[in-house]
Design a protein around this ligand. Structure first.
Ligand code: ATP
Ligand code: MG
Length: 290
């Protein structure tokens, strides 16, 4: 059974889409079948892989509305082992259209269920909001990957995200774990970045991914060419960092299914709120905006 990872942070512009595209492409380049699902009406993951806007195309909107199957929405991409379920801006309407619908939080999970055997990784790119679209992604997911910028206000709003994750665990998806927190657009040379990194390490502990993503112009250019960075410029620091991140996540998953040691005990072994408590515990002790 594949692993479903939602890339989420309600803060805008922190690198969710860049992470979703390049992580998914890196999984595919590591020769595992991977599906990227664009869950954001902005459709940046869709255009970032070179698909022009097309209101006629079957998209994540149709999945949420129950108007099409995930199979019908699948698009092949330039990478042999990467598939995409695109989004369209009409997805914004799903928030309202589903407001009274039964099981509205389970739509994405149910739609993706038939595909879970086929893909080793399913990566969901979320919008910058804790709305019904993100909720659907978090209910469908096994774990959430949180991209964050190492900036002064990095932790602002993160407790809201962690609270949401906790509520989802209690009510809708008890097995939702935290894949990790990944630092994006990092300029390690600055004192501020070093300081924020140390604080995030203190706050998130082992959940802070070892791999960090540097600020890299190739990552910003690649989507305008409709390509993942590893296709656009495989030797760029940006492409390399996402290849490392994919490796880190694959290795962690392999360790999880192998013999259990204290090191390999991660999200799956924690029940319910344990992970959030574990990572949220130091929150009271530090200035969350620092
Ligand atoms: P939104 O909240 O609007 O969905 P997002 O969290 O998905 O935004 P991105 O779209 O991935 O964020 O990134 C925001 C901007 O920063 C984009 O222009 C992207 O190209 C650029 N960017 C992201 N990561 C990097 C990086 N490591 N180096 C340079 N530019 C980056
Ligand atoms: Mg985005």
């Amino acid at each position: 059974m594949g692993r479903v990872i939602a890339v989420a942070n309600q803060k805008g512009g922190v690198g969710k889409t860049t992470t979703a595209i390049n992580l998914a492409a890196s999984f595919a380049a590591a020769e595992v079948n991977t599906l990227l699902v664009d869950c954001d009406p902005q459709s940046n993951a869709t255009s970032g892989l070179g698909f022009i806007k097309d209101p006629e195309r079957v998209s994540s909107y149709h999945l949420l509305l129950g108007a099409a199957t995930a199979e019908e929405a699948l698009l092949t991409t330039e990478l042999e082992q990467l598939w995409l379920i695109p989004a369209h801006k009409n997805l914004i309407g799903a928030n309202l259209e589903l407001v009274d619908a039964e099981g509205r939080e389970y739509r994405m999970r149910d739609a993706l269920a038939p595909l879970r055997e086929r893909f080793q990784f399913i990566v969901l790119d979320c919008p910058p909001a804790l709305d019904l679209l993100t909720l659907n992604a978090l209910v469908a997911a096994d774990a959430v990957l949180i991209p964050m910028q190492a900036e002064y206000f990095a932790l602002e709003g993160i407790s809201e995200l962690l609270d949401t994750i906790e509520r989802i665990r209690e009510a809708l998806n008890p097995s939702l774990g935290i894949e990790g927190v990944v630092l994006t657009m990092l300029d390690e040379r600055t004192n501020l970045a070093q300081q924020v990194m140390a604080e995030l390490k203190n706050y998130f502990g082992a959940k802070l991914c070892q791999t960090t993503v540097p600020r890299n112009i190739r990552l910003a250019e690649a989507p305008s060419h409709g390509k993942a960075a590893l296709v656009y410029d495989p030797r760029s620091k940006g492409a390399e960092s996402y290849i490392r991140l994919a490796k880190e996540i694959i290795e962690r998953q392999t360790a999880d299914v192998g013999p259990q040691t204290s090191e390999s005990v991660t999200t799956e072994e924690h029940s319910g709120e344990a992970v959030v408590e574990e990572i949220a515990a130091p929150a009271g002790e530090m200035d969350k905006t620092a």
